[in-house]
Design a protein around this ligand. Structure first.
Ligand SMILES: [Zn+2]
Length: 456
């Protein structure tokens, strides 16, 4: 007897849309059969009128992210509940080397200590070195051996001590090119610093100035440079949160010439624009790279549609309204980042699929399958195949809801998508065979999520 059978749903994956039933046993998908062909399950779920997708994977989240003396508003428990309610069954967070006295392995251990026992869905980590040293370079292959083959290097935030220089980026690309992937936060630090100083000296510190402080060239130059480094290193590169038409064009060109490069954009770059910085709550929308123009938004959607952009992550970073107000309206003192872990699916479904910018299969590919493939989780995750983990989202595509922050999971006290009318909400979410969201209500246990060792 099966543990669970899901019947009468429409199964949507990155490459097919079929009427099928799904049988689950011992946390895995055991078989996928024609409607009515599978035997009974202890639990029977009726998905009539619903769509079943592989559980979504969010490869870019910052949970409990520090800013000055505080942390972003949500923690590994509340943030992963929000993720689960949004149909996400795996998140990849970051082990950032904030304490430079710790090596990378110790940094990972510290981060795992914060997450383990708290997360309600499975998680993995990217490692972010902050020291441009030979020690760092030498440690990278050891981190790959620990089951963490993905890295993120900041090309910006020199003053904050997070930037890594071109030397270590080039070296990292070489070190892990056969069994790892090097991601970058691509912004030119020097140009952004000069520009920031210039604006602040002229008394222009309001959020409205922020996108001008970091215009498209800040990202595009860094992408251009890192693509050249990757070409010479013959490495494996991932561009986190690509936001500009210029950057997109460079990625397409490099890939056309055979470079191994993949690109991610984030929910907010596909929906929100720099006009938000002119609003009275403009400071809330400070994030890096900044929100861009309508032309960039259009270009990014085309990039998602044609496959130049592989992944849509959330870059979730849940600073609350009070924390955002810490900058007193000065963009340079406002914590960066937007909450978005819960609404990636309805925003992308409504703005992308319903507006006919992308197909539903392409959406599943960008939200689940590609992150799994790129980061070494496929086909355990990101797939509906016999043997895959039974991580599934049963989604109602018809019901429309207005986004009201108080109806969300409550892990952060505001939403950039407040007031939008969206469709595509997960109704039931299954993680390793266990129903963790039932009718939109979270039912899972604190700490049930596991750390995922990965291999490329
Ligand atoms: Zn980020």
């Amino acid at each position: 007897m099966y543990d669970t059978v899901i019947r009468n749903g429409l199964v949507v994956t990155h490459d097919s849309t079929i009427e099928a039933d799904i049988a689950i046993k011992n946390g895995k998908i055991l078989s996928i059969g024609a409607r009515g062909s599978l035997k009974e399950g202890k639990t029977e779920l009726n998905a009539t009128g619903k769509v079943i997708m592989p559980g979504l994977i969010d490869p870019h989240v910052h949970i409990k992210h520090p800013f000055k003396d505080t942390f972003s508003q949500d923690d590994f428990y509340t943030a992963t509940i929000a993720a689960a309610r949004g149909g996400t069954t795996t998140v990849i967070d970051f082990a950032i080397q904030w304490d430079k006295k710790l090596n990378l392995a110790e940094t990972v251990a510290l981060r795992k200590k914060q997450a383990d026992g708290q997360v309600v869905i499975d998680y993995a980590l990217h490692v972010c070195p902050t020291k441009s040293s030979m020690d760092t370079a030498k440690e990278l292959p050891k981190i790959v051996e620990l089951g963490i083959p993905s890295f993120k290097l900041y090309m910006i935030y020199r003053k904050q001590g997070r930037m890594t220089d071109d030397g270590i980026i080039f070296r990292a690309l070489e070190e892990v090119k056969n069994d790892g992937i090097v991601g970058v936060h691509a912004e030119n630090s020097a140009i952004a610093e000069f520009s920031e100083e210039d604006y602040l000296n002229r008394g222009l510190s309001s959020p409205a100035a922020f996108p001008m402080v970091k215009p498209n060239i800040v990202e595009a130059e860094a992408i251009n440079r890192v693509l050249y480094l990757n070409k010479c290193a013959q490495g494996n590169l991932y561009i986190f949160h690509l936001s500009t038409a210029e950057g997109l064009e460079m990625v397409a060109e490099a890939r056309g010439k055979g470079q191994s490069v993949t690109a991610e954009t984030c929910t907010h770059y596909l929906v929100l624009t720099e006009d938000y910085y002119k609003r009275s709550d403009g400071a809330n929308f400070i994030c890096s790279p900044p929100l861009r123009s309508y032309d960039d938004v259009d270009a990014l959607w085309k990039g998602v549609a044609n496959g130049t952009i592989d992944v849509i992550g959330s870059d979730h970073c849940g600073f609350g309204k009070e924390q955002k107000a810490l900058g007193n309206g000065d963009f340079s003192k406002t914590p960066n980042g937007l909450p978005g872990i819960e609404l990636r699916l309805p925003v992308i479904y409504t703005e992308g699929v319903l507006k006919k910018r992308i197909s539903i299969n392409r959406m599943v590919e960008a939200l689940s399958t590609n992150p799994a493939k790129i980061f070494g989780l496929y086909p355990k995750k990101g797939a509906i195949l016999p043997g895959s983990d039974a991580d599934l989202a049963i989604v109602d595509l018809n019901e429309e809801r207005e986004i009201i922050t108080s109806n969300l999971s409550g892990s952060v006290d505001w939403s950039p998508y407040e007031g939008m009318h969206l469709r595509g909400f997960a109704e039931t979410v299954i993680s390793r065979g266990e129903i963790i969201v039932n009718n939109g209500v979270f039912k899972g246990k604190r700490g049930r999520g596991k750390f995922l060792e990965r291999k490329l």
